[in-house]
Design a protein around this ligand. Structure first.
Ligand SMILES: [Zn+2]
Length: 256
């Protein structure tokens, strides 16, 4: 009850400050958004940006982001009174930070339009420090109870290589024991900050097979996981609702 009252006071104070502030203050606050003065709710962006011509997944085409209708060409539609930009994006679903639906692996699995929001929005999160062994596998050392119903995010720092060829070297991956643990503990979602949750040299793809087979969705190519505490955050990775959609980019973020 005290916490609720305290939050109400905080919101009232924020509103008073906003009303007293000048436009110049607000512009200056916008510029300083990385260092908010009062920080009751905080979002941490965990996604890579998607840009025209960037490298997608090895062997897949780069995204093309362009105008379908340019501002200039649109003017004649509005008798010169207005102009719009209609964008067109052409890409495979596996670009940037993306979510894999069960349908990505199994023809009868849930597609992007069928994933319950409970699995991808406001999921209580846990960030695990992944220490790859000599063969690049990561063993998750946790109790089942810590992972049950959670978004389990495995951080290794591999995302620091993003934008370089080194990013696409064989990355860490989840060990068989870690996959067992995640399935047993009924995690809701598993996210990693590298480019494949499986060993790219293992064509059986056991992590995709077993996690997606248990309706545990996967998010790959996460960024900035080092900014997260171990617990005490909610995770969001919501793709558009595409029928027969397999994988698609998400704006993944955490709410602290
Ligand atoms: Zn995948």
């Amino acid at each position: 009850m005290d916490a609720v009252r305290c939050n109400r006071r905080l919101n009232a104070e924020l509103l008073r400050r906003f009303e007293r502030s000048t436009v110049a203050d607000r512009v200056s606050n916008q510029k300083n958004m990385r260092k908010p003065v009062v920080d009751s709710t905080r979002f941490i962006d965990l996604s890579h940006a998607i840009e025209d011509g960037m490298k997608a997944y090895p062997g897949f085409p780069s995204p093309k982001i362009q105008a379908f209708l340019s501002r200039e060409d649109s003017q004649s539609h509005y008798d010169g009174k207005a102009e719009f930009y209609i964008g067109k994006v052409e890409m495979v679903g596996n670009v940037g930070t993306y979510l894999d639906s069960p349908f990505h692996r199994n023809a009868k699995g849930l597609d992007l339009s069928q994933i319950p929001l409970e699995s991808i929005a406001a999921v209580t999160g846990i960030a695990i420090d992944g220490q790859p062994s000599a063969n690049r596998s990561i063993k998750i050392d946790c109790d089942e109870s810590e992972l049950r119903g959670r978004a389990v995010l495995v951080r290794t720092g591999w995302d620091e290589r993003w934008g370089t060829e080194r990013y696409w070297e064989p990355s860490p991956f989840l060990s068989d024991g870690s996959i067992d643990l995640l399935v047993r503990s009924k995690a809701k979602l598993v996210g990693v900050d590298f480019w494949n949750i499986d060993d790219v040299e293992n064509k059986a793809r056991p992590a995709h097979t077993r996690l997606l087979g248990a309706n545990i969705v996967i998010v790959e190519h996460l960024a900035n996981l080092s900014a997260l505490p171990r617990t005490g955050f909610r995770f969001y990775a919501v793709p558009p609702r595409i029928v027969n959609g397999a994988s698609f980019p998400v704006r993944a973020f955490a709410e602290i």
